[in-house]
Design a protein around this ligand. Structure first.
Ligand code: FES
Length: 101
């Protein structure tokens, strides 16, 4: 039986994030989750546009939401270790929560 996921990540699959390296980010994310043996406790899904296109590539971590932008494989590695493994979000890389008008 699959362990219930502790986190869910929505990696933006919109056009700007895709053009800004979403595939490399997804590969880095999967590699890091596997390396830390978190692959069964973190559910990764590809979302539609997260309305933060100027800061692509983006992803959102739940519980949260915690919005990370301008992702690089190196930043993803830090997010996995610090946020998902040690449950310490990288506050210096979080984007402010947006409110709908
Ligand atoms: S395409 Fe990713 S935030 Fe718009």
């Amino acid at each position: 039986m699959k362990e219930e996921a502790r986190f869910r990540i929505y990696l933006c699959g919109g056009p700007h994030c895709t053009a800004s390296g979403r595939s490399a980010i997804l590969k880095a994310l999967e590699d890091e989750l596997w390396a830390w043996q978190l692959d069964s406790s973190v559910d990764v899904r590809v979302s539609g546009c997260q309305d933060r296109c100027d800061d692509a590539p983006n992803m959102t971590v739940w519980p949260g939401p915690y919005h990370y932008a301008n992702l690089t494989p190196e930043l993803v590695a830090r997010i996995v270790e610090q946020h998902l493994l040690h449950e310490q979000p990288l506050h210096e890389h979080l984007q402010p929560r947006r409110t709908r008008r």
